[in-house]
Design a protein around this ligand. Structure first.
Ligand SMILES: [Zn+2]
Ligand SMILES: [Zn+2]
Length: 202
């Protein structure tokens, strides 16, 4: 968390004055009694109102509470604000886990591309199959995901530029959608999928 606290501060310092104002407004909105710090109940209520489920609890509050005084001052709140704004409030969907995913974790590609909610697993839950059978089978870790997105973007732009001059030499584009990374990962988790096919939850 130390790194996140540091990044949160730098993130805020680099905001425009208007964006800083918005961050402060958000803090003051949560600070119901106006004592310039958030108690656990103010924190839980505020995040509940915002629709967050995974981080409005005591254990995540404690992670944010850098000096451990049981309150979040504005500086400590900035870590949350940074995570929120950069879409990094990600938690493990493994069975009974809910761990905050700040290092390497695995993301379902289909959910990532097509669903409103992503499906993510910490390394432990991924490798120990600690999750109820998921409807998709391709999960990539963070670095593979970045490679996948890059390949996808490259393929799309080359497809778009070739489209006007080539009649159709590529066959069915959707059937060639899978990247090398996806195929490699599918092979790796093929056993998990086979196990899931007999699962009553699916
Ligand atoms: Zn999925
Ligand atoms: Zn987990």
């Amino acid at each position: 968390m130390e790194e996140i606290h540091e990044t949160g501060k730098h993130y805020y310092n680099n905001l425009t004055e208007k964006q800083k104002y918005i961050a402060k407004e958000m803090f003051f909105l949560a600070d119901l009694n106006g004592d310039e710090s958030l108690s656990i109940s103010e924190y839980v209520n505020f995040l509940g109102d915002m629709g967050f489920k995974s981080c409005n609890n005591k254990s995540f509050f404690a992670k944010l509470d850098k000096n451990g005084d049981g309150m979040l001052d504005f500086d400590e709140f900035l870590s949350l604000y940074y995570l929120y704004c950069s879409d990094k409030l990600v938690f493990c969907d493994g069975r009974g886990c809910g761990a905050f995913l700040k290092g390497t974790y695995f993301t379902c590609i289909d959910c990532f591309n097509n669903e409103s909610n992503t499906f993510n697993l910490c390394s432990f839950c991924f490798y120990s199959w600690n999750y109820d059978c998921h409807k998709h089978t391709t999960l990539l870790d963070n670095s593979s995901l970045l490679r996948y997105m890059k390949e996808r973007a490259n393929r799309r732009s080359s497809y778009a530029s070739n489209k006007s001059s080539i009649v159709d030499t590529r066959g069915d584009y959707s059937s060639s959608e899978k990247t090398e990374v996806e195929i490699q990962m599918e092979v790796e988790i093929g056993d998990v999928a086979a196990l899931c096919s007999g699962c009553s939850i699916m």
